[in-house]
Design a protein around this ligand. Structure first.
Ligand code: ZN
Ligand code: ZN
Ligand code: FE
Length: 742
């Protein structure tokens, strides 16, 4: 018999760790106590040495899904005190301070088995869940996390459920959203006229879907529009009704095997698809041709993540389009009445239920890179789990950017990035944004002492921060957009800097008042120097050039001294450009991609920002060709004129579009390496952060890091937050924090 003192560091509070410990300690015939500390938990355990060691060996493997164990310290051989049982030592102040809110968790294997077992009392019950799975973030109104303060408050438990809830040996012990057909919520199916269709709602929905109808399906964080994915005309019809431009639709496939019929699925991609987060994973299409589902190389695929979805697919539906139900850039529809009203005429029928969604949360979206998620959108299944950044300052609210808006709130060194909010450019989205900020502050019991926002004077997030800072008398720090990207990537990788940052995106407000977006910065959380950039591109007609790519193409060709006569309206553009009339200059990498896409005839009229770049990437065919890279001036500017001349020359010589697209990107990779090396030579820094929306380009992302490594640099990609503007709030937060001790 001996005692051991054990310290577990990491995110182990508020994730069901102590009940789990209770069960495990009993199983191993040990006794002792547990208490929360500022860095994790401390255990005092007594028992046989062998049992203690076996306990510690097994612990990391069996820990609750959300627990993030960073380190275990154990000291054996202490004198036993003769403890019996297992005591949870509580400090209430600490409880509240350290409580985390779980993200929504995809259905677990145990629940799936019960769901499909005719002998189980929850057979085919679409709301089955347990301690390890089910809704969380989206049903919580307030803390403490208690049934009464969730959407389940109006469903008192029946005696059977209540018994499970109070039995520590039961897998539903303290599962707040637990319910059964006797006591819990139910689905209802309504026709297009809003009238209830009698019978089994899910069976009706299945029949309607199979018959080629478009349905609204209420899920976890909002309503989807769903239809069969195998009927191109139907998918086109959905596009027409939803007024969705050319952006790809997401699919839900019955299982990984069904996904494999449409896409290539590697083992790691499969693991992420099947993980409890259940994100949409961007998978490479088997059939590369553009289709009504997706015009590019990727298909966004997710697996059924609620029991309702599992039942909806049955064993005979392979794939459904599952796209967020929202119109003209407003937030996703999430309430029943709202769905019936706003989706009238869009959905042929409605599969709804009476478990209210408290908080909207869109599906997450990622690629799988280096064996894990590389986010385009970190939302359902991940939010509101914190990103821990050692050195982060507490009680800061960073307000994000504008497109792909997000905010980030800190408590201790836990940073809580918000879910996907949408583009902050209409009143509804702004309201959603402000509400979510208030919700996070309440959930995490934190009032900000400092606000941080972008330098762009016209962002709604900037005016929100300014007004609030003035109203509440708190400090405000405004951060340059690309500096925030750099800091986000540093924080994401736990770096303290200084680092070199290659920050490539569409647009951000530069320190000189022009639009930046192809920048090389050197810096850390305290500040930066502007080391490199692109030769600025004149945007003929300003914002119109973001959609009318010929305007960019004309400017590139003209500056490169190439023939512009092939471009419609060339004479008009010439007039504007030579008069300098509404031709602001931008060093945005996105614009260079757009211009190249138009010159290569890939895309001339974009229906959404970044489409030119997406399609240029999709067009690329294997080719090792590249053009000379010219860097000059201070900041060091990439002169793209030689690149444009090369493209035009080869295009006119009959080289295929696909090979030219590859040569264009190969040249950018060479440029990135040369610029980074120049920065490294000057500073001796080898750590290099890649951030900005351009690094969603998988052609670049899967070649550039290798090229940088070969050149002796240490590249860092985003790992926990997105490289696009959604990730900016984390960087803002760190920069704001660093300003506090100046
Ligand atoms: Zn479960
Ligand atoms: Zn019940
Ligand atoms: Fe950006």
């Amino acid at each position: 018999m001996e005692a051991a003192a054990i310290k577990i560091h990491g995110i182990v509070q508020g994730v069901g760790f102590r009940p789990f410990m209770h069960r495990m300690v009993r199983q191993y015939g040990l006794a002792g106590s547990i208490r929360n500390t500022s860095s994790g938990v401390e255990l005092e355990l007594e028992g046989e040495r062998e049992a203690l060691e076996a306990f510690l060996r097994e612990l990391p493997k069996r820990a609750p899904k959300l627990a993030l164990i960073e380190q275990i310290e154990a000291e054996y051989g202490l004198p036993p005190r003769g403890l019996t049982g297992f005591t949870i030592l509580r400090s209430h102040a600490e409880e509240k301070r350290n409580t985390l809110v779980s993200p929504d968790i995809g259905i677990c294997e145990d629940c799936r088995r019960e769901l499909l077992d005719p002998r189980d009392r929850r057979f085919r019950y679409p709301f089955i869940n347990c301690t390890n799975c089910g809704p969380r973030f989206t049903i919580i109104r307030d803390l403490p996390y208690d049934r009464a303060l969730t959407s389940m408050g109006r469903f008192p438990m029946c005696p059977d459920c209540d018994r499970e809830y109070h039995d520590i040996e039961n897998r539903r012990y303290h599962a707040q959203p637990d319910a059964c057909p006797v006591c819990g919520p139910h689905v209802v199916f309504l026709g297009g006229d809003g009238r209830e269709v009698p019978g089994d709602g899910i069976e009706t929905a299945r029949a309607w879907l199979k018959a080629g109808k478009i349905l609204a399906v209420k899920g976890l964080g909002g309503v989807h529009l769903a239809c069969r994915a195998d009927d191109p005309d139907l998918v086109k019809e959905l596009r027409r009704r939803k007024e969705r431009d050319e952006k790809p639709f997401a699919l839900m496939c019955r299982d990984a095997e069904a996904a494999e019929k449409l896409c290539f699925v590697s083992d790691v991609e499969r693991a992420v698809l099947e993980s409890f987060h259940k994100p949409i994973v961007l998978l490479e299409k088997r059939d590369k041709r553009p289709s009504p589902l997706s015009e590019n190389n990727w298909l966004g695929v997710m697996l059924p993540y609620t029991p309702l979805h599992v039942l909806l697919f049955g064993d005979d539906i392979d794939a459904l389009v599952m796209t967020s139900a929202n119109l003209s850039d407003t937030p996703i529809v999430f309430q029943n009445e709202e769905a019936l009203e706003r989706l009238h005429g869009i959905a042929d029928g409605f599969l709804l239920h009476n478990r209210d969604i408290q908080t909207r949360c869109d599906d997450s979206l990622c690629w799988v890179v280096d064996g894990k998620e590389y986010f385009a959108r970190r939302s359902r299944g991940y939010v509101p789990f914190p990103v821990r950044v050692p050195g982060a300052e507490s009680a800061i609210l960073a307000c994000g950017a504008e497109q792909k808006a997000s905010f980030c709130l800190s408590r201790g060194d836990y940073c809580f990035p918000s879910q996907h909010i949408g583009d902050l450019k209409n009143a509804e989205t702004l309201e959603h944004y402000e509400r979510q900020i208030a919700h996070f502050e309440r959930l995490f019991d934190t009032k900000p002492r400092l606000l941080v926002c972008d330098k762009h004077p016209d962002y709604l997030s900037t005016s929100y921060a300014r007004q609030r800072a003035a109203r509440e008398g708190i400090g405000l720090v405004q951060v340059q957009h690309h500096h925030a990207h750099l800091a986000a990537c540093m924080a994401d990788n736990g770096l303290t800097g200084p680092v070199i940052g290659l920050i490539w995106d569409g647009v951000g407000y530069g320190d000189d008042g022009t639009a930046w977006g192809g920048e090389c910065l050197i810096g850390d959380y305290k500040g930066y120097t502007h080391f490199g950039s692109l030769r600025p591109i004149p945007l003929i007609g300003g914002d119109r050039a973001v959609k009318e790519l010929d305007r960019v193409a004309f400017a590139l060709l003209r500056e490169a001294g190439c023939d512009t006569s092939g471009i419609p309206n060339a004479a008009f553009f010439e007039k504007m450009l030579s008069a300098g009339l509404n031709c602001p200059r931008s060093s945005g990498m996105g614009r260079l991609f757009d211009g190249a896409a138009a010159i290569l005839g890939i895309k001339r009229l974009a229906s959404y920002e970044g489409q030119g770049a997406v399609l240029l990437e999709a067009a690329a065919e294997p080719d090792e060709g590249r053009y000379p890279v010219l860097l000059e001036g201070e900041p060091l500017r990439f002169d793209w004129r030689e690149l444009i001349r090369g493209l035009v020359r080869d295009r006119d010589a009959g080289v295929s579009t696909g090979r030219l697209a590859a040569r264009f990107m190969n040249t950018l990779i060479d440029m990135a390496v040369e610029m980074a090396l120049a920065a490294s030579r000057e500073t001796g820094i080898r750590d290099l952060c890649l951030s900005g929306g351009s690094f969603q380009n998988q052609y670049l992302l899967r070649r550039l890091p290798q090229a940088l490594e070969k050149a002796g640099l240490r590249p860092h990609l985003h790992r926990r937050v997105s490289c696009n503007d959604e990730g900016i709030s984390l960087g803002q937060l760190m920069i704001g924090g660093a300003s506090l001790d100046k």
